[in-house]
Design a protein around this ligand. Structure first.
Ligand code: SF4
Length: 230
């Protein structure tokens, strides 16, 4: 558990989390929509800092990034938790665990240990992936800073729902991003993901402006987001 970096204190021990565009207002003792950030006596904490639930050495093409360090391996990690509720999520067992099961699990691994493992396994990058890296951003950035010092690149596989201020803070440590653009209408985002399209589009534009290497993935769901109009 670690104090969150991006939040504002409000009256009556409430806080507003500014990590993602849900901007949850959280009362004392409660958690945000993602289920991994908790207000304890007016201080917001990340409950997943350092708690690794999945780690693998993946080809970078599996992220998928097809034009960034092709042929290389990426040390890939995640914690539990997500700020979306996509009904087609492939990793819902870990992404939705905090909300669906009220459980937060993971092995304690320090940022130093992650970078050492990436080095030892000849990985040219570290990927923050599998669930949604925005919800473990404090941990990801601490790892990314150390990785950068060692010449290891940092890749975020993300839904792009982080706030503008977070992106402006973390982009020096975000070498590449694969943004999952899940559909092309606000209705799709509202009904399928429990979120909004516009902030995602804004993030993609801002990432490009900030010099992040961006690739976009869209999962085609037959009859849902594959019509000519969409
Ligand atoms: S990161 Fe979690 S707590 Fe923070 S605004 Fe997003 S959903 Fe809410």
């Amino acid at each position: 558990m670690k104090e969150a970096k991006w939040y504002k204190k409000l009256t009556d021990n409430r806080v507003r989390c500014d990590l993602c565009n849900h901007r949850c207002v959280i009362s004392d003792g409660k958690r945000g929509l993602c289920g991994v950030r908790e207000n304890k006596s007016g201080i917001l904490y990340s409950l997943v800092y350092g708690k690794v639930v999945a780690s693998h050495i993946d080809p970078i093409e599996k992220k998928p990034l097809f034009h960034y360090l092709p042929g290389s391996y990426s040390f890939s990690i995640s914690t539990v938790g997500c700020n979306f509720r996509c009904s087609h999520c492939q990793n819902s067992d870990i992404s939705q665990m905090p909300v669906d099961q009220n459980r937060i699990i993971g092995q304690d691994v320090s940022p130093e240990q992650i970078v050492n493992l990436a080095e030892k396994n000849d990985c040219e990058s570290i990927s923050y992936t599998y669930t949604e890296p925005t919800v473990f951003m404090e941990y990801a950035v601490d790892i990314a800073k150390l990785a950068k010092e060692k010449g290891i690149k940092n890749v975020f596989v993300t839904n792009g729902y982080m706030t503008e201020e977070v992106l402006k803070d973390v982009y020096p440590y975000m070498d590449a991003a694969n943004v999952d653009l899940k559909g092309f209408t606000e209705e799709h985002y509202r009904n399928i993901c429990g979120a909004r399209l516009k902030p995602v589009l804004n993030s993609i534009i801002l990432m490009k402006q900030l010099g992040v290497w961006v690739e976009i993935t869209t999962l085609i769901i037959p009859t849902v987001n594959d019509s000519e109009e969409k």
